[in-house]
Design a protein around this ligand. Structure first.
Ligand code: A3P
Length: 298
């Protein structure tokens, strides 16, 4: 369980606070300004790297499962035997970065970094980025629940306080709006692919085909069926290698919930008031109208 720091960090007061790097919050647990700074200026991206990039709670682990399965031509052995954070280490965390630097190429890597903190060496490289995004209202909902399960997050207080922090980018990894607008600025670049959580839900098979094509992988119908089956919510919920049941208790309160919580779209309606929904809409419109993209939730 090296991805979780092997207890090298003391939880308690430390683990529940954040660090700030260039104005952005990160969990103190397993993060440091040195590691993030190294990532940005010195980390060497390889042309054969594949990056799974997301804002938190946007379907990161789902995409990671899809990419793992595509990599193995639909064979689930790897996804069933190796923990997902070892299959695709987090390049910005201390332990993850160490693992990334030792990863035999071709590497599969994960990141929640906004574009401005992503390795500079990505620019001009042929490394591929798959960027998954999700409706901000469902992201807030999933994120709010997650902060109560994972000890790396501080208690942001009642929902309304969390929402305020979310809207102003005062949560780990900053503003959803800035993240999405930044990364989607790369659309049209042939090593950049983006897809929504909602598209994965509406048409997982078609999405897997599109992702495989982007990765230059020709999968048979049968292999695609295996990816779809093994990346389903039900199968992933049972797979200990991706359902977070193996995350040590010192990092996660398993009695409070699980990573694969509901796996649906529109759950925000069960949490947010109409007024809170409208507040998200207002900020959303300010940021997104200039992008000229229509999303499934628009
Ligand atoms: P909910 O909290 O809304 O259930 P991340 O991996 O970025 O942390 O995102 C977690 C969210 O993705 C959770 O959303 C989780 O249920 C959902 N998720 C993970 N695997 C999924 C799958 N196979 N199908 C649908 N949703 C999935």
């Amino acid at each position: 369980q090296r991805g979780w720091g092997q207890g090298s960090l003391q939880l308690g007061t430390m683990g529940t606070e954040y660090i700030t790097y260039k104005g952005m919050l990160f969990p103190r647990l397993d993060y440091s300004p040195e590691t993030i700074s190294y990532l940005q200026s010195e980390f060497q991206v390889r042309d054969d790297d594949v990056f799974n990039v997301t804002y938190p709670k946007s379907g990161t682990n789902w995409m990671l499962e899809i990419l793992s399965l595509i990599r193995c031509d639909g064979d689930p052995s790897w996804a069933r035997s190796v923990l997902n954070w070892d299959r695709a280490p987090w390049i910005e965390s201390n332990n993850g970065q160490e693992a990334a630097l030792k990863y035999p190429p071709p590497r599969l890597l994960s990141s929640h970094m906004p574009l401005q903190f992503f390795p500079r060496s990505f620019q001009g490289s042929r490394a591929k980025v798959i960027y998954t995004l999700r409706s901000p209202k469902d992201v807030v909902t999933s994120y709010y629940h997650f902060t109560h399960i994972m000890h790396a997050f501080k208690d942001h207080g009642p929902l309304d306080a969390f929402l305020q922090d979310f809207l102003s980018g005062n949560v780990p990894y900053g503003s959803w709006f800035d993240h999405v607008a930044g990364w989607l600025g790369l659309r049209g670049q042939d090593n950049f692919f983006y897809i929504t959580y909602e598209e994965l839900q509406q048409d997982l098979r078609g999405s897997v085909q599109r992702i495989s094509r982007f990765l230059g992988k020709e999968l048979s119908e049968q292999q695609i069926s295996s990816v779809v089956e093994n990346a389903s919510f039900q199968t992933m919920r049972r797979n200990k290698m991706c359902n977070f049941s193996e995350v040590p208790d010192e990092f996660m309160d398993h009695s409070k919930g699980q990573l694969l919580r509901k796996g649906v779209s529109g759950d925000w309606k069960n949490l947010l008031s109409e007024e809170q929904g409208r507040r998200i809409d207002t900020v959303y419109q300010e940021w997104m109208q200039g992008l000229g993209i229509t999303f499934p939730w628009d």
